[in-house]
Design a protein around this ligand. Sequence first.
Ligand code: OAD
Length: 234
Amino acid sequence: MPQAKQIVVITGAGISAESGLSTFRDSGGLWEGYDINEVASIDGWRKDPEKVLDFYNLRRKQALEAEPNNAHKALADLQNDFDVQIITQNVDDLHEKAGSKNVLHLHGELNKAKSSEVDDHIVDIGNQPIKLGDKAADGSQLRPHVVWFGELVPNLEEAAHITSKADILIVIGTSLVVYPAAGLIDYVKQNIPKYIIDPSEPEFRNLSEWNHIKEKAASGTPKLVKKIKRQEIE
Ligand code: OAD
């Protein structure tokens, strides 16, 4: 079989679970006691910006302390042999910490902040918290560089383009219920190998077209990577 040119990996919160970062929906819609709708929506920001800042400050701190697990590391290793593009819904930087070079963040990044008025005024903040009263260059309140419910996903078009080029598609640790990210899998070419690594039963459409590795990411991903490297993929 010819060597695959482009491997596209779509990841979600599940890939970082074994690094100690909570997923969203496994905990019944609550994230450490916060209601997702209140802290991850533009309406929530308008209603209570301090609560939203607290939520992301906590997540930033936890992400900083977290280490990439064997799933992140295996994907970084895969790029030694293949052209690997990661599209992540995660706002942590564990793919980068593991050494992956091509990482497109669909929902933003915790270590960046932006103006709450001008969308492209983005600054690196590293592990610093954002406080009420911290100002962006345009004088508006600084906010996390994350995409909230009710907002557009600026990297969507690029993600769809990348997905359409995939020769192998791997989906890891995402319930794929949040649109428009969930719609990405509709852009893949027909008849390419498609894998899902998730310990739960995914609710994808056309599930029969997918190979489901019913394992946690940190064990399932290295196994699949090994298979791909040995060119044992179907
Ligand atoms: P979810 O919490 O919706 O889904 C996590 C998925 O990971 C589920 O399918 C779990 O079964 C699976 N999972 C749990 N532990 C796992 C493990 N150890 N290994 C592999 N899989 C595991 O998280 P996302 O799909 O990432 O958006 O959520 C999508 C978006 O919803 C997030 O980016 C966020 C949230 O609202 C915004 O904040 C805009």
